[in-house]
Design a binder for this molecule. Structure first.
Ligand code: NAP
Length: 343
C-alpha cells in the first residue's frame, strides 16, 4: 500500500518520502481496517515532521513510534475493508471517517472502532476528511472541558480565536448550530470569510484590541499562540466562565526538558495560571484532541442536516504532500487542506 514516511526531522521537501510497498495492517480485536480515500493535513503534522512533540509522542507511541520511519496524519475518510473480532456496528463497505490515535496518512489504516463514525451521506471523501480532527479538537475543548454541550450552549457568549483556521472555522459553525452567540478573531483579509461562517461579531486583531471590544463572555476557545492575556480579558468575572486553549506550552516543555522534567514544569505553569483565573471565578484548561467516535457521529448528523459545512481550502494528491505541508506552513490557509488519495 501507499503511504508517506520520514526518517529524520526537517523541511517537508527534504524528509517526506512516498512509499509504494508498505505492508497492509491487519485489524486487531476491536479494530476496523479502513481503505483511506482522503486525509487532511494539519499544522501539527508539519510541527511533528520538524521535531515538535518528539519526546511526548514517542513516550505514548501515538504518532509513529519511538524509532523512524514515522508516519503522519490525524484524520481520514474512507471505506471499511475488514472488521476485527469484537467489532459491532460496522461492516465491510461502510463509508466512515475518523480522527484516530494512530497516524492516518496511509492507503490502509487499522483503527479502534470506537474512534470511527459513519461518514455523512451528503459528503465526498475529500469534504468528510476535512472534519474529524478539527471536530474532535473542538469537542474535547469546548464540549468536554468548557461544558458547552448542545443543551448548555444556547445563548452562551463564546469567543473563538483564529476563526479562519481549520479548528476555528469548525468551532464557529458548531457553536452557531447549537445556538451560542459567537465572536471570533482574525486578520484583516479574513474578516469577510469568518463572517460568512456565521460569527456574530468578528474582531480584526490587526486593527482592534480584542480585550477592548469583547467583554463579559462565557467562554474562550484559544487556538492562537500569542493572545492568551487579551482573550482572558474578554471573560466574565465571578461567574464560572471558561478559558480553554489548544496551544499550551506542555509539549514544548517536554521537548526542551525531557518528558519527566517538562511535565513537572508544565504542571507548575498550569497550576499557576489556573489559580490566577480561579481567583477571578473562572475555569482555565489546556486541551488536547481526544478520539471519540460517539461525538463524531453527532457531528456527522449536523453535517447531514447542513448545519455545518466543511471548509476545504486546497486539495492535493498524495504525491504532492510536500506542497500541502508548505501551504500549511504559509500561515494563510483558510479552513482545511486535504490529500485526495484517488487523484
Ligand atoms: N491541542 C490540540 O489538540 C490541537 C488540535 C488541533 C490544532 N491545534 C493547534 O491549534 C492551532 C490552530 O490549528 P488550525 O488547524 O486551526 O490552524 P490553521 O488552519 O493552519 O490556521 C491558519 C490560520 O491561522 C492564522 N494564523 C495567525 N497567525 C498564525 C501563525 N503564526 N501561524 C499559523 N497560522 C496563523 C491565519 O489566520 P489569520 O490571518 O486570520 O490570523 C491562518 O489563516 C495550531 O497551532 C495547531 O497546532 C492543537
Amino acid at each position: 500500500m501507499r503511504t508517506v514516511e520520514f526518517s529524520r526531522y526537517g523541511a517537508a521537501r527534504d524528509v517526506l518520502e512516498l512509499v509504494d510497498n508498505a505492508p497492509k495492517p491487519v485489524p486487531a480485536f476491536g479494530e476496523v481496517l479502513i481503505n483511506v480515500k482522503a486525509a487532511s493535513v494539519n499544522p501539527v503534522d508539519c510541527a511533528i515532521r520538524s521535531g515538535y512533540g518528539r519526546e511526548v509522542f514517542k513516550s505514548k507511541g501515538q504518532v509513529g513510534t519511538s524509532a523512524f520511519p514515522m508516519r503522519l496524519g490525524r484524520d481520514a475518510a474512507g471505506v471499511i475493508e475488514a472488521v476485527g473480532d469484537g467489532v459491532t456496528g460496522f461492516a465491510k463497505g461502510d463509508k466512515v471517517f475518523t480522527a484516530p490515535t494512530r497516524a492516518a496518512i496511509a492507503e490502509y489504516i487499522s483503527v479502534a472502532a470506537n474512534e470511527v463514525a459513519a461518514m455523512p451521506r451528503n459528503l465526498t471523501f475529500v469534504a468528510a476528511a476535512a472534519i474529524p480532527f478539527v471536530a474532535m479538537t473542538t469537542w474535547s475543548a469546548l464540549v468536554d472541558l468548557g461544558g458547552l454541550t448542545e443543551a448548555a450552549a444556547p445563548g452562551k457568549r463564546v469567543v473563538i480565536a483564529r476563526g479562519a483556521g481549520g479548528v476555528g472555522s469548525f468551532a464557529i459553525q458548531l457553536m452557531k448550530a447549537w445556538g451560542a452567540y459567537v465572536a471570533s478573531t482574525c486578520s484583516t483579509g479574513n474578516v469577510a470569510f469568518v463572517k460568512s461562517l456565521g460569527a456574530d461579531r468578528v474582531v480584526d486583531y490587526k486593527r482592534e484590541r480584542v480585550s477592548e471590544v469583547l467583554k463579559d463572555y462565557d467562554a474562550v476557545f484559544d487556538s492562537a499562540f500569542d493572545m492568551e492575556d487579551e482573550l482572558l480579558a474578554t471573560l466574565k468575572n465571578g461567574a464560572g466562565a471558561s478559558y480553554v486553549t489548544i496551544v499550551s506550552p506542555k509539549v514544548k516543555l517536554a521537548d526542551q526538558h525531557g518528558v519527566e522534567a517538562g511535565t513537572r514544569l508544565a504542571e507548575e505553569e498550569y497550576a499557576c495560571r489556573a489559580a490566577a483565573q480561579k481567583k477571578l471565578g473562572r475555569n482555565y484548561y489546556w486541551s488536547f484532541m481526544q478520539p471519540n467516535g460517539a461525538a463524531l457521529a453527532q457531528v456527522s448528523r449536523l453535517l447531514e442536516l447542513g448545519k455545518i459545512t466543511p471548509v476545504v481550502d486546497r486539495v492535493y494528491a498524495l504525491a504532492q504532500i510536500a506542497d500541502a505541508h508548505e501551504y500549511s506552513e504559509s500561515r494563510t490557509a483558510r479552513g482545511k487542506i486535504v490529500l485526495d488519495f484517488e487523484r
